[in-house]
Design a protein around this ligand. Structure first.
Ligand code: RIB
Ligand code: CA
Length: 300
């Protein structure tokens, strides 16, 4: 079966780290590069986390440093959830991995141009890099088959504020630009992170004996997402990956997309509509999905 050429944009982030592991383990994906973006924590930290996780668990995949701040707003962060480092209390050991590029947007553009057919983008953080790419290189739109994005909420509710999901809130102008571009976007909206929560004990149990599993206790020590509750992980980002590799586990709901960049920045509405240009995913069977996430994170 032909692999799916994929570019990943991420702000690791504890749930990003778990989602990346699922992506790295999948035989269905041809991951062309990983680009960091500021989001959960600063660009320095998300880049350090993306570099280590990708090189150690993804292999020889290029890693680039992306945008350090939103298009036009002050940066915010979610260190209260993910810890100051972005990956809880885990301390990245000394390593010799080197960043492949300091200009993530240009690296995404060149990666798209080398694939030879439209590629899939997986975005796990704010949309700053993608909006910048489309503004600098309008022809990039034709090089992108579809974007699977963990971002937004369907009903104008939020997790970083009462009305905005974190990735949308960080850079609403960037999300609005991507939505207006007309690129096919599949949204993995906020409520899925709460529906698909995994117990930290189960994840550690499945990872027992593996190097990545050995990181988890420290990662979870410094992580807490109130949406998931004590001892759980809200698997926001993993839903966007699973929608690519196991689409049968989701309903794909055709919808319109609205992004507020004014009074309630980052507020979004994804309204079911047969004539909508986009889709959002909804989980068919939460228990089956939880099993799949654990299987895919630690394939036997
Ligand atoms: O709202 C959840 C999203 O914000 C996830 O991508 C999480 O990693 C944070 O970036
Ligand atoms: Ca993320």
């Amino acid at each position: 079966m032909e692999k799916i050429p994929l570019i990943i944009d991420t702000d690791p982030g504890v749930d990003d780290a778990l989602a990346l592991k699922i992506a790295f383990e999948s035989p269905l994906l041809d991951i062309r590069m990983v680009c960091s973006v500021a989001g959960n924590v600063s660009i320095d930290r998300t880049t350090a986390n993306a570099l280590f996780l990708t090189k150690k668990y993804g292999g020889d995949i290029p890693v680039a440093r992306g945008s350090g701040s939103p298009l036009s707003r002050a940066a915010t962060d979610a260190s209260s959830v993910h810890g100051a480092s972005g990956i809880g209390n885990y301390v990245i050991p000394e390593h010799g991995y080197k960043l492949d590029s300091e200009d993530g947007v240009e690296s995404i553009y060149s990666a798209l141009r080398t694939v030879g057919k439209p590629a899939t983008l997986l975005t796990l953080g704010p949309m700053t890099n993608i909006a910048t790419l489309l503004s600098r290189h309008p022809d990039a739109k034709g090089l992108i088959e579809r974007i699977y994005a963990m971002i937004a909420s369907v009903d104008g509710t939020g997790n970083i504020t009462e009305y905005a999901e974190f990735n949308a809130y960080c850079d609403p102008e960037a999300l609005d630009a991507v939505v207006r571009s007309g690129i096919d976007v599949v949204f993995a909206p906020m409520h899925l992170g709460r529906d698909a929560k995994l117990s930290q004990k189960d994840i550690i149990e499945h990872g027992r004996g593996s190097e990545f599993g050995g990181m988890l206790a420290k990662i979870f020590e410094g992580y807490r997402d109130d949406a998931a509750g004590e001892g759980y992980v809200a698997m926001y980002d993993a839903n966007a990956v699973e929608a690519i590799i196991r689409p049968e586990l989701y309903e794909f709901v055709r919808c319109t997309a609205e992004v507020d960049t004014g009074e309630f920045p980052g507020r979004t509405f994804l309204r079911p509509n047969e004539n909508g240009r986009y889709h959002y995913i909804d989980i068919k069977d939460v228990d089956r999905l939880a099993e799949a996430m654990l299987e895919d994170m630690f394939p036997r």
